[in-house]
Design a protein around this ligand. Structure first.
Ligand code: ADP
Length: 356
């Protein structure tokens, strides 16, 4: 009978150990003297030490100096929760560079003396929150500038009733331009928000050549001096797409090609069909992008030259929208550029095979 019980206890202990070691949360257990009695595998991984270097020591005495702030906090939480008998929680950002953000919870043991510390790595959540904060700050800043300009000019009109006609028209033109800038920014922000919850039902087989032709016609009407050329030797080039969004991405790239070309723009839209994949290149002979900027151009609110982009009505959201759209289509986008010679954006999209 005792043999059975011993075996059950043994099995339970093993199960507990397996569970304990497979926990994603870091666990660290101390006795009433604040001596570590056990740690989970995640703890060892996070603190970057061997388990044997932890067991039997005080938290603060056994670890690297770069984790001192964390260790002090852990010790404080474990001690306080034992003294007060209630769980204690806190959070800490360690390793400023890699941004490891931990949430800590110290719980006093009821049955015996000592306490348990749980810690969760919330770095990815923290990064999302930080990105959100940056995004709101950038968006507010971009909106604030035109609002300030509009307010300033509107007040001038209000205060000085009798302005010469040309000054009056100049002020009105600036107000309208800044309203357009704000309108574009808000539209871009709404597009970015919509892209987060894109329903798959809007995807359909899309004839890429026909779509490019319609984009070309639209752009020719807007920019009569620019030259557009489509090179698509294949018929029946189809991709699975949300046609409105794919059109928006292509138009954004063409608009940039026109915007960043000095003089009449020359824009080539080249389609190549590969095994299972289509490559669309949008090529201009404009001012080009400096090499060091190429890796940032798809970041939200990034502009190579802020003042120049603003003058052209841009806030650095266009390419991040394009990238987002292309990725929603299971594709990828890259850019190659030679300063002073031009830029080529390449979109690779899965080819849609049509059934007969
Ligand atoms: P913006 O609305 O300011 O143009 P984008 O996100 O569309 O923002 O582009 C980011 C930056 O990349 C631009 O500020 C510009 O400096 C650069 N860029 C984009 N497309 C081109 C291009 N075809 N030629 C040269 N520079 C470009």
């Amino acid at each position: 009978m005792f043999g059975n019980k011993a075996a059950r206890i043994q099995a339970l202990t093993e199960e507990k150990e397996i569970l304990f070691q497979s926990l994603e949360e870091g666990v660290l257990i101390v006795d009433e003297e604040m001596i570590i009695t056990d740690v989970s595998r995640s703890t060892v991984h996070l603190l970057k030490v061997q388990k044997r270097e932890l067991i039997g020591k005080r938290v603060s005495s056994c670890l690297q100096p770069d984790l001192k702030a964390l260790l002090d906090k852990i010790e404080y939480l474990l001690e306080t929760c034992q003294q007060t008998g209630i769980p204690m929680t806190d959070s800490i950002l360690i390793e400023e560079k890699r941004k490891i953000y931990l949430e800590l919870m110290a719980i006093p043991k009821n049955s015996s003396q000592g306490a348990i510390l749980l810690f969760q790595d919330k770095s990815s959540h923290y990064k999302v929150v930080e990105m959100g904060k940056d995004f709101v700050a950038n968006a507010s800043h971009e909106l604030k500038t035109p609002i300030t300009i509009i307010k300033g000019f509107a007040e001038t009109l209000q205060d000085i009733g009798d302005l010469p006609k040309e000054i009056y028209l100049d002020i009105i033109e600036k107000i309208v331009r800044n309203c357009q800038r704000m309108e574009k920014l808000v539209k871009n922000l709404l597009t970015l928000a919509d892209l987060e919850s894109l329903p798959f039902s809007r995807f359909e087989a899309c004839d890429l050549k026909a779509l490019l032709t319609s984009c070309k016609e639209m752009e020719e009407a807007l920019h009569p001096q620019a030259h557009f050329r489509i090179e698509c030797p294949h018929e029946d080039v189809f991709v699975l797409a949300d046609v409105d969004l794919l059109e928006l991405a292509i138009i954004n790239l063409i608009e940039n090609a026109v915007k960043y070309s000095k003089g009449p723009a020359q824009i080539d839209l080249i389609v190549e069909s590969h095994e299972g994949e289509i490559c669309l290149q949008i090529k201009d002979q404009g001012m080009g992008i400096p090499e060091e900027a190429l890796e940032h151009i798809f970041d939200r609110f990034y502009t190579v030259n802020k003042a120049y982009a603003r003058r052209l009505g841009g806030a650095g959201l266009g390419l991040s929208i394009v990238k987002n759209i292309i990725e929603k289509h299971q594709g990828r986008i890259t850019a190659a550029s030679v300063l002073g010679e031009g830029t080529t954006f390449s979109l690779n999209l899965p080819r849609q095979e049509l059934e007969d």
